[in-house]
Ligand binder design. Structure first.
Ligand code: NAD
Length: 252
């Protein structure tokens, strides 16, 4: 992919699943990676796997819903690697499975704070650093739950629809200044999140998997690779877009 070599990339939610796969791909393409997550053990494992493969990465313990943490994450990229080119705002949680009227305020706030406010705080800190560095590209993780509804996970659905709106607005506001902003909406991907959702709501996960036209669930690398591509110069005219990577699920 063009334009990734020697760049600096932040990946949130990098301790696991899709974030780890994206961090590894950024590093394999020659970027220095700031791997950010609340989970230090998983984060150090991501960094170790990148370094073992000859890449460059550092872990920063970050709660994406906390402004000070997010500012420190961006400062670490700038101080350690000299600037910021790319960010994959990917950290997210699924929330509990309840019908809408039974959802608690606590769950609503937790899911919205991490999945939606986390992306907002991320972009607020990342965009100025990118502008200082001549521009850049951001990819935010939405979901097929940002395109259609899924019974039982209304805060998640609301947060992921919101991510697409924020992505479009950032693309409009910063396109002329050299920052492209896109979203990815994954279908069911084989990660610890899906293992947890499967345990709690097997019908939903199995139902989506069975209804997926391509006939299987996705792998984390199939999302991580697309995030890196959207940041690369190969996607230089792509902004404000939501790339749905779901084996065809929402096409039916
Ligand atoms: P995962 O649980 O494997 O990874 C999520 C990571 O986010 C974990 O490492 C976790 O520690 C981290 N995280 C959670 N809260 C955080 C916080 N406050 N601050 C920083 N990090 C935090 O899940 P995944 O499947 O890799 O999910 C990654 C993203 O993809 C999420 O936004 C999720 O909503 C989205 N997504 C996943 C699927 C899927 O099927 N796996 C489908 C659509 C969208």
């Amino acid at each position: 992919m063009n334009g990734i070599q020697d760049a600096v990339a932040i990946v949130t939610g990098a301790s696991s699943g899709i974030g780890r796969a994206a961090a590894e791909r950024f590093a394999a393409e020659g970027a220095s990676v700031v791997a950010a997550d609340v989970d230090p053990e998983g984060g150090e494992a991501t960094v170790e796997s990148i370094r073992d493969a000859g890449g460059e990465a550092t872990f920063v313990e970050t709660d994406v819903s906390d402004r000070d943490d997010v500012d420190a994450m961006v400062a670490e990229a700038v101080d350690r690697y000299g600037g910021l080119d790319f960010a994959f705002n990917n950290a997210g949680i699924e929330g509990t499975n309840e019908s809408m009227v039974d959802q608690s305020d606590t769950d609503w706030e937790r899911v919205i704070d991490i999945n939606l406010k986390g992306v907002f705080l991320g972009m607020q800190a990342e965009i100025p650093a990118m502008l200082d560095d001549g521009g850049g590209a951001i990819v935010n993780t939405s979901s097929i739950a940002g395109i259609v509804g899924f019974p039982g996970v209304s805060p998640y659905v609301a947060s992921k629809h919101g991510v697409i709106g924020l992505t479009k607005n950032a693309a409009l506001e910063y396109g002329r200044e050299g920052v492209r902003v896109n979203a990815i909406s994954p279908g069911v991907i084989r990660t610890p999140m899906v293992e947890r959702s499967s345990a709690e709501n097997p019908e939903m996960v199995e139902g989506v998997s069975e209804a997926t036209p391509i006939g299987r669930i996705g792998e984390p690398e199939e999302i991580g690779d697309a995030a890196v591509w959207l940041c690369s110069d190969d996607a230089s005219f792509v902004t404000g877009e939501t790339m749905v990577i779901d084996g065809g699920y929402v096409s039916q």
